[in-house]
Design a binder for this molecule. Structure first.
Ligand code: G3H
Ligand code: 13P
Ligand code: ZN
Length: 328
């Protein structure tokens, strides 16, 4: 058993309280490898933003949970080397069982998500409660989810959104003791969030209704990539074949971040940015075969994307309370 506190990580409690009060959201960026981790840290240090590093089940399968945890531990030192002691959370994204959440708590994660959103309400409550009881013993914070996002989530495919029912949130939060709640208001995972011709719009009305029921309680938005069209065009220009990829408009996310939404999950946009950079190198320099020559530019593009998100969408720049000079 290792506590995240020994690793220099923090849980989400103080971070979320400040974000809700300050009208901004913390970036929750997924990582699977070193370049993604470096880009996240470089962007967050450059903008003095707190950060949540997310590990999904897919990331665990791909890169190994232990390696990822050590990378996050290294991230704390790396941030200091880059010049700023920003607050860093290591979070399990879409935990699907008590055992998995427990194992993450035991190995130094500071935050876990238990995603019981596909279960009947009472089962979701019971599972989430069980995780909370364990995690809170070690001061690890817990994210639960109510409502189902359309698309593929935890290998379960949902054709349509099941929006979070505002009438349920108060009861869920009270019975489970969760520290934050992920809701379904029209976002979805991946790069194809809306059909062509469909208006890309999230249900801010449901968000505001939820906020009224649990004032000031930290809300999380999954599936919040915006699928930047310039990046999609670059991918296609350099031989990619992405058709009809549409994301959540950034101005709607900015609006949500001003409310009790205090954690916004972004993964797909990062995947797109890396792909565009790598395709460009492969097309323009077909003689290159050193991975650093294409992963390096991918890392730079990722950093640029994340800085843009932090400053122009989430508003978490200069919120690290690190004591060093801000970006303003
Ligand atoms: O929630 C989904 C995240 O984008 C992680 O995706 O399971 O393919 O790693 P993944
Ligand atoms: P995107 O696929 O929209 O980036 O969402 C990521 C996410 O919600 C991770 O949990
Ligand atoms: Zn998600």
């Amino acid at each position: 058993m290792i506590s995240y506190k020994e690793l220099g990580l923090v849980n989400t409690k103080e971070m979320f309280a400040k974000a809700v009060k300050g009208g901004y959201a913390i970036p929750a960026f997924n990582f699977n490898n070193m370049e993604q981790m470096q880009a996240i840290l470089q962007a967050c240090v450059a903008t003095k933003s707190p950060v949540i590093l997310q590990v999904s089940s897919g990331a665990r399968k791909y890169a190994n949970q232990t390696l990822l945890r050590y990378m996050a531990q290294g991230a704390v030192e790396y941030a200091k080397e880059l010049g700023c002691n920003i607050p860093i959370v290591l979070h399990l994204d879409h935990g699907d069982s008590f055992e998995l959440c427990k194992s993450c708590v035991d190995m130094g994660f500071s935050s876990v998500m238990i995603d019981g959103s596909h279960l009947p309400y009472d089962e979701n409550v019971a599972l989430t409660r069980k995780v909370v009881e364990y995690a809170h013993k070690y001061d690890v914070t817990v994210e639960g989810e109510l409502g189902v996002l359309a698309g593929v989530e935890d290998d379960v495919k949902a054709e349509h959104h099941t929006y979070t029912q505002p009438e349920e949130v108060e009861d869920f939060v009270k019975k489970t003791g969760v520290d934050s709640l992920a809701i379904s208001i029209g976002t979805s995972h991946g790069a194809f969030k809306f059909k062509p011709g469909q208006k890309p719009e999230i249900r801010l009305d449901i968000l505001h209704e939820i906020e009224k029921r649990i004032p000031g309680f930290p809300i999380v938005l999954h599936g919040s990539s915006s699928v930047p069209q310039d990046i999609v065009a670059e991918i296609n220009h350099y031989g990619g074949r992405l058709k009809d990829s549409i994301g959540i408009p950034e101005n709607q996310l900015r609006e949500a971040a001003k409310s009790a939404v205090c954690k916004i999950n972004i993964d797909s946009d990062g995947r797109l940015a890396m792909t565009a950079a790598i395709r460009r190198v492969f097309t323009e320099h077909p003689e290159e075969f050193d991975p650093r020559k294409y992963l390096g530019p991918a890392r730079d593009k990722l950093k640029e994307l994340y800085m843009h998100k932090i400053v122009n969408v989430l508003g978490s720049n200069d919120k690290a309370d690190c004591g060093c000079e801000g970006t303003k």
